[in-house]
Design a binder for this molecule. Structure first.
Ligand SMILES: Nc1ncnc2c1ncn2[C@@H]1O[C@H](COP(=O)(O)OP(=O)(O)O)[C@@H](O)[C@H]1O
Ligand SMILES: [Mg+2]
Length: 281
């Protein structure tokens, strides 16, 4: 998006998806087949099939409680940190089964980073927030760390705002800066995929616009899956959109997925059109 544009301009036709379609011979970054997810014995999502294309932005939209957060957290196996869960079906990350027995979970969660609804910086300095994952992974010289921290902050479009106060607490930053810091923290460990679960829902329109601009830059180097409640945001930032909803037994399903322009202008299912047009959810 052009920074001079008004952030409240919500024209759903402005998008860039068709001009940069992925090459046809590329494997998806994530390939999900017949995925079902249970908390305890309760099934919350069922039968999800999805290909997440490399270097594209995939938006997930749908009413509250349809399993969007659960689904994205199943993609880097953090959902299971919440208690007893069961997963059926397959998720492949660049061809590797992430639910296989030999998977290194720490490595997986670095390669598939995540940013949450509410910015969640650690109670540490700005510098230490970004260096955190690197320090866990291996010993690095100070010079190396400095370089990685700067690259992470630049990648998250935050460097210029914080370069003179790297030692200060992350809690002194605004909400939008904290969210970009969380993005910098995820970028520092060089993920291939970034999952964003309603990353702008706690932010004002200007901070939201900065994150949206960042998404467009980031996708040149990685693959993004973003859950959003904001239809205009989905239409502005994403190349593909998936609509999730619940059935009568409250189980979440993917109703349809397609290029964002098609979902927004000519969805196949009436429930998708109703949701997009604000008649439901
Ligand atoms: N940790 C959890 N334990 C048990 N049930 C959960 C947990 N997290 C979410 N749920 C339930 O799973 C369903 C899907 O939730 P969620 O994935 O958060 O949906 P969404 O992000 O679309 O609002 C909801 O019914 C919710 O109450
Ligand atoms: Mg959610």
């Amino acid at each position: 998006m052009n920074p001079t544009e008004n952030p409240t301009d919500v024209s759903p036709v402005r998008s860039y998806q068709s001009s940069e379609a992925p090459p046809e011979n590329q494997i998806p970054a994530l390939r999900v087949r017949d995925l079902s997810f249970f908390y305890g014995t309760r099934k919350v999502v069922e039968g999800i099939d999805m290909d997440v294309q490399q270097n594209q932005v995939t938006a997930i939209i749908g009413p509250s409680g349809c399993g969007k957060s659960t689904f994205v957290k199943a993609l880097n196996r953090i959902a299971e940190l919440e208690g007893k869960v069961k997963v059926e079906g397959q998720v492949e990350f660049f061809g590797q089964n992430i639910y296989g027995s030999k998977v290194n979970l720490n490595q997986l969660r670095r390669q598939i980073g995540m940013v949450f609804q509410k910015p969640n910086p650690f109670p540490k300095s700005i510098y230490d927030n970004v260096a955190y994952g690197i320090r866990l992974g291996s010993h690095r010289s100070r010079a190396d760390l400095d370089e990685i921290v700067e690259a992470g902050l630049r990648g998250a479009a935050l460097w210029d705002e914080v370069k003179d106060k790297l030692k200060q607490s992350a809690f002194g930053l605004s909400g939008g800066q904290q969210q970009r810091l969380c993005i910098a923290r995820a970028l520092a460990v060089k993920p291939k995929v970034l999952l964003m679960d309603e990353p702008c829902s706690a932010l004002d329109p200007i901070a939201t616009m900065k994150i949206e601009e960042l998404i467009e830059v980031l996708r040149k180097d990685l693959t993004i899956v973003i859950v959003t409640h904001n239809m205009q945001q989905a239409s502005r930032v994403s190349n593909y959109t998936a609509f999730f909803s619940t059935d009568e037994s409250r189980i979440g399903r993917m109703i349809e997925m397609g290029p964002t322009a098609q979902i927004f202008m000519a969805a196949n299912h009436h429930s998708t059109r109703d949701y997009i047009e604000g008649r439901f959810g």
